[in-house]
Design a protein around this ligand. Structure first.
Ligand SMILES: C[S@@+](CC[C@H](N)C(=O)[O-])C[C@H]1O[C@@H](n2cnc3c(N)ncnc32)[C@H](O)[C@@H]1O
Length: 206
């Protein structure tokens, strides 16, 4: 059976960005949520599923330090080719459902657009949230953007676990306060509506 990494590498090596169902030319929806977070360029932002997202370019232009993770080294290579090597950027190829390497520093902001919903086994979902709980600092922020309960049942040929804000909040746990959430319909590059749920959380200070 093909591994998950091979599945994603195959997609990224055979399709142009604009042919990807999740390709977002305009990342304003995410930036609008980030406007809630007091701006501090010493903040470290962790993307568990950077892909080839244009959000990375926006975050770089705002001066953030970034840790860019993805299971697909093809995606990370394409992204690095686009952005060039930048100071303050670390690269990581890792399955986000598995424990992160111990040397990952604590981060101020975690932004996930569309990876959590691919995790189907309870152990993998728990592994994702264990990583999030380990690396997000007290006082830090988490933005989750996943297919909502109204969303399509599959993406990239894979089954999805679709989310309500209630389920997200339950899994985030009582240390995280929900700041804002929104149902948002993304229109994909083929013109099809893809309902997402966006939710921004703040971690309480200990
Ligand atoms: C739907 S794409 C979204 C990419 C990017 N966040 C964006 O908005 O363009 C999902 C991304 O998650 C990555 N991915 C899938 N499963 C993963 C896993 N278990 N751990 C880390 N990354 C994973 C894929 O390689 C892909 O880049």
């Amino acid at each position: 059976m093909k591994t998950l990494k091979a599945h994603w590498n195959n997609i990224f090596s055979n399709k142009a960005d604009r042919e990807l169902g999740w390709y977002e030319k305009d990342v304003s929806q995410t930036l609008w949520f980030l406007d809630e977070i007091p701006r501090n360029t010493s903040n470290v932002v962790f993307l568990p599923d950077a892909g080839t997202s244009l959000l990375v370019d926006e975050l770089l232009s705002k001066g953030y330090q970034l840790i860019l993770n993805d299971i697909s080294d093809e995606a990370l290579n394409a992204l690095r080719e686009r952005t060039g090597e930048k100071e303050g950027v670390s690269w990581l190829q890792h399955d986000i459902s598995e424990p992160l390497p111990a040397d990952i520093p604590q981060v101020d902001i975690w932004i996930d657009r569309a990876v959590l919903h691919f995790l189907l086994d309870e152990a993998d979902i728990e592994g994702y949230f264990a990583n999030l709980h380990t690396v997000v600092k007290p006082g830090g922020w988490v933005l989750l953007a996943e297919f909502s309960t109204l969303g399509a049942p599959k993406c990239a040929g894979l089954e999805l676990h679709r989310y309500s804000v209630n389920e997200m909040s339950r899994r985030m746990g009582s240390e995280f306060e929900l700041i804002r959430s929104e149902e948002y319909t993304f229109i994909n590059p083929f013109g099809d509506p893809r309902p997402y749920i966006y939710a921004l959380y703040k971690r309480l200070h200990g």
